[in-house]
Design a protein around this ligand. Sequence first.
Ligand SMILES: Nc1ncnc2c1ncn2[C@@H]1O[C@H](COP(=O)(O)OP(=O)(O)OP(=O)(O)O)[C@@H](O)[C@H]1O
Length: 508
Amino acid sequence: MLSQNIDAGKFETLIEINTLINSDYSDPKALLTRILESATRLTAGEASSLLLLNSENNKLYFEISLGSKGPDVQQFSLNLGEGIAGWVAQNNRSLIVNDVEKDKRFFADISEQIGFSTKSILAVPMRIKEQCVGVIEIINKTDGALFEQEDLEWLEVFANQAALAIVNARSFQKVQNEVSFLRGQIDERQYSTFVGRSEAIRSCLSIAHKAAVTDSSVLITGESGAGKELVAEQIHMNSHRRGGPFIRVNCAALPESLIESELFGHVKGAFTDAAQDRRGRFELADGGTIFLDEIGEVPLNVQAKLLRVIQSRVFERVGSSEPMSSDVRIIAATNRNLAKSIENNSFRRDLYYRLNVLPITVPALRERQEDVPLLAEHFLKLYSAEMNKKITGFSSEAMEILMRYEWPGNVRELQNVIERAVVLAGNEKLQAEDLMLMQDATESSSIYQGRTLKEAINLFKRHFVTDTLKKNGGVQKHAARELGIQRTYLSRLIKELNISLTNENEEY
Ligand SMILES: Nc1ncnc2c1ncn2[C@@H]1O[C@H](COP(=O)(O)OP(=O)(O)OP(=O)(O)O)[C@@H](O)[C@H]1O
């Protein structure tokens, strides 16, 4: 029980923390840091640590450490029973040690190695359902005084709050994992309808069907939006793995820091936010196919790991040395010229050869213009049903424009044009102006007439940048590369030239 003389400031801090615990599960580390900071302040501590017990190896890890040597402490861990914190965890009991020199349980190594003079320690267990899951310890009182029973009682209250925050964070993480797993499962079942009758696409599909019966890696190349992912789906669906999962990974959409754990998973405690073990995409793809889109964007260190998976089907979760294996077929895709990337050492040659066992090129839409009407009808049906509009077809002028257009953004651009047109359409048939392609198709030097040089240059820049963005499916990084400019400069141009980022131009 807490002493009778209750300090209003302490209670206010507690209420504040309670509110945080009940309102925000998204950043457990920040919350635990807040709790530890308050506990340290209210017990007038000089330094403090929050240690978490890993139940698999019975080690205590310094999750958060405050004070002048805080960052140095975090490289250490303690065995259960080792040091004051280890004793507290093992015995599940709080402890005040006001003179560590006289206590045999004190483990002096850490203080000596970091050059911090520890005199007294107050340590309490954090408990979930009576089980100790970690320890909070406060080191030295700033005024040199001794820790008292009241400090211990307050710290126990804070330790309970911290335990609650950990329970919440773990349940939250568990639910998130479940959601991402279920999303993956839903994705697996959602395959697109493949549309196309041109000679070029038929020959591409015929190679894909031949590739499907083998288990070899496939590298699909082709411009952005040409349909590489759909070809990958076709391979999976025509393979003996069709009953297994089809796991998509857009390597360009993952930040470098996450890509490894996303692919191979991680174990609890591998990094700050890793509150739970998590399966990676390779594990999820077991028995099926993994589709690595934009493989050219994978950083070199992860390329080395991919090479190993391809060679031996073996990998480790981040933070673990236990080898795992997964029975997967790998299909990779890129719109980059990987030969160039190999030349400038941003892509491994050995990985390229391993992936490129069966190369497939998806032809650009302008090389198979006869597929345009089929695809256009297909998307028209799709979107008019989705938007509940009765549109039966295209006016002849609209179809002529679709056929004449070059489609730098390929099928994705066509799809977006039709979606936008269905939104705009006011007639039973889609009209030329609904497509909003007229300007692009009829662009000529006449649009520059009567303008100053500066205006004309800006107009040109605007169209050029817009087209390049479209062609690159809206991925600014790729557009900047093609334009030969820095990405930051591209963002500035987009702002200055007032280029609107419609769906297809949006960064993803
Ligand atoms: N033959 C096709 N039939 C029907 N829809 C298609 C076809 N080809 C592409 N699409 C559609 O066009 C869009 C772009 O296709 P996809 O994502 O497969 O292109 P991609 O080449 O993988 O592009 P990126 O290089 O940008 O990843 C998707 O919405 C897809 O459903």
